[in-house]
Design a protein around this ligand. Sequence first.
Ligand code: V91
Length: 221
Amino acid sequence: MERTKTVVKKGVVYGSMSFYQGKKADEHNSHKWACYVRGSDDEDISTYVKKVVFQLHPSFSNPTRSIEKPPFEIHETGWGEFEIVIQLHFYDPREKRLDIPHLLQLYPKQPGSSQSTKKPVVSEHYDEIIFTDPYPEFYQRLTAGEGTPPDTQLLESSFHQELKLHYSNHSDSTMLKMLEDAYSFIKQEANEMRDKLRKADLEIQNSRSELREEEKKAREG
Ligand code: V91
């Protein structure tokens, strides 16, 4: 299938967090640390990220750490600061993997500030991944979950509260039942609409690709 003529932008947050071990520290394990990558705004990146590989310093045992599902993070102990390469692998193998170098920070930057076992040293970065003209199947993964409906639990409960306010007094349980049935019917309809909308969106992407092809052919005569 043809590529879509679109760009999709995904925000990611990555970095490290480290705790000084204090009394528990020894020469080679003065710090506990974690390295991680996640979506910004609590977005689930596992819809389009197949796995994350963390490349550690070769002196660590099994320095290639492959994480196949969220949370995409690793935990270790050590003594020194070095560069970790965070590799993001995508569901579409035609998309090149993204290598993000991250400098593991264990020690506070402010000179003279003493290490606390309570305050973690955090080094965190925000970045945006731009996918240019992704293939339709991958485009769907990238855009899945967007335009999600508002919290239905919340809606449902507030709807229920509202109904009770108006109908509990005259205990019209029949009317209450009717309205609740109507509500679940509409909810069902909305879900089907959303599904149709998603499919139609993909159709548009495909039609655009075809149109571009036709225009190209016409130009080339
Ligand atoms: C740095 C390996 C715990 C050099 C100085 C490190 C490995 C390599 C590092 C580490 C560079 C693992 C070990 C013995 C036992 C400044 N660990 N390189 N366990 N940056 O922490 O830190 S640190 S080695």
